[in-house]
Design a protein around this ligand. Structure first.
Ligand SMILES: *Cc1c(COP(=O)(O)O)cnc(C)c1O
Length: 354
């Protein structure tokens, strides 16, 4: 750290992304999609690449209109950002301050804690229940801006829309941000509630279910007034937050709906197959509505399992925090890769019992 770095960042510990290794690893550690992006999106993006001497459209109107139509909302109820991390950061910036803390679960997306510190706001932490579900009652009248990942990460567990609505309803004086990064793999979206509740902001990403992690595209969906607040922040930081190629790829992905839905379905089926196979080896897996699972086996520690899987050329993720350190998080990849991983785990468990 240089002597010039502002004191206000003394407590800031940056987010640690999943490794992006060089070499021959099967990557099941960052919840990316194993499938290529929509071919239509790639084609549209290539056309745009020849035009980057000009700035992109700062209003993002074509992209907003396409996604708004898809969701059945108005373009003025949508903001598009550089990944959904960007809109989440805007929400911390816009809706939290020294009177309004950020409220989130003890086990949830690691970036919430980082964004709270980056924006200099306090965090109120609400522990998950012992079965790793959201403590809905504790989130009522929570006294701050709520950040709720639904389905949650890294547990993979989803909360019913009725329960999410209870939380929104019980915090009328605060914004409730519902982070739907994984909603396409089996969750229930809260988008249909945006006109019923002026305090609801839904965030979504094209990184997971739409194979665009490397293109960086996320969205916020809310009533017009909340979107205007977020647009004020966007225009005050970087109105050109989405480049021309990404905009084209996003539009292509939305138009190529069959491709998207088929890929989601394949992930869901592969997840179900893989969880069953692990169950046969004595693994306990939390019920997942996402493209990853959190799983453990009494016979081996999470850290040990992570290391042994890595020695076999496959990367998964281990979190060294007390409540989840017995587990590993495994992204659901292509069927053949999950078969390979299963063979590796089977071998590790056999060797372990000797
Ligand atoms: C991956 C993820 C995001 C954001 O991803 P982007 O690539 O920035 O869109 C947000 N929330 C959760 C819970 C995630 O897992």
């Amino acid at each position: 750290m240089s002597k010039f770095f502002s004191e206000k960042f003394n407590n800031l510990t940056p987010y640690v992304p999943g490794e992006q290794p060089k070499g021959e690893f099967i990557k099941l550690n960052a919840n990316e999609s194993p499938y290529a992006p929509s071919p239509l999106g790639v084609e549209l993006a290539c056309e745009e690449a020849g035009k980057v001497n000009l700035y992109p459209d700062a209003t993002l109107s074509a992209l907003k209109e396409t996604y708004a139509t898809y969701l059945g909302v108005k373009p003025t109820e949508v903001i598009a950002t550089n990944g959904s991390d960007d809109v989440l950061n805007f929400a911390f910036n816009a809706f939290c301050d020294n009177k309004t803390p950020a409220v989130f679960a003890d086990i949830t997306y690691g970036f919430y804690e980082v964004f709270a510190k980056l924006n200099g706001v306090k965090a109120k932490i609400i522990p998950l229940k012992s079965d790793f579900t959201i403590d809905v009652e504790a989130f009522k009248n929570a006294g701050g801006t709520i950040f709720l990942a639904n389905p949650n990460a890294p547990t993979g567990i989803s909360l019913s829309l009725a329960k999410v609505e209870e939380i929104i309803k019980a915090n009328p004086n605060n914004v409730v941000v519902v982070d739907e990064a994984y909603v396409d793999f089996g969750g229930e979206s809260a988008v249909k509630l945006i006109n019923k509740y002026e305090n609801l902001l839904v965030t979504q990403t094209f990184s997971k279910s739409r194979s665009l992690a490397g293109a960086r595209l996320g969205f916020g969906i809310a009533c017009e007034k909340l979107i205007l607040d977020l647009e004020t922040i966007r225009y005050s930081t970087n109105p050109y937050n989405i480049n021309k190629m990404t905009m084209a790829m996003g539009i292509g992905s939305i138009l190529d709906d069959g491709y998207f839905k088929t890929n989601c379905q394949k992930i869901i089926e592969t997840r179900q197959f893989f969880v069953k196979k692990l169950e046969g080896l004595g693994f306990e897996t939390l019920p997942s509505s996402t493209n990853f699972i959190l799983t453990k086996n009494k016979k081996i520690s999470g850290c040990e399992l992570f290391k042994k899987i890595k020695e076999n050329g496959i990367l998964v993720r281990h979190f060294n925090s007390p409540r989840v350190r017995d587990y590993v998080r495994i992204t659901i990849g292509e069927f053949v890769d999950m078969q390979k991983l299963f063979t590796v785990i089977e071998k590790i468990m056999e060797e372990n019992s000797l």
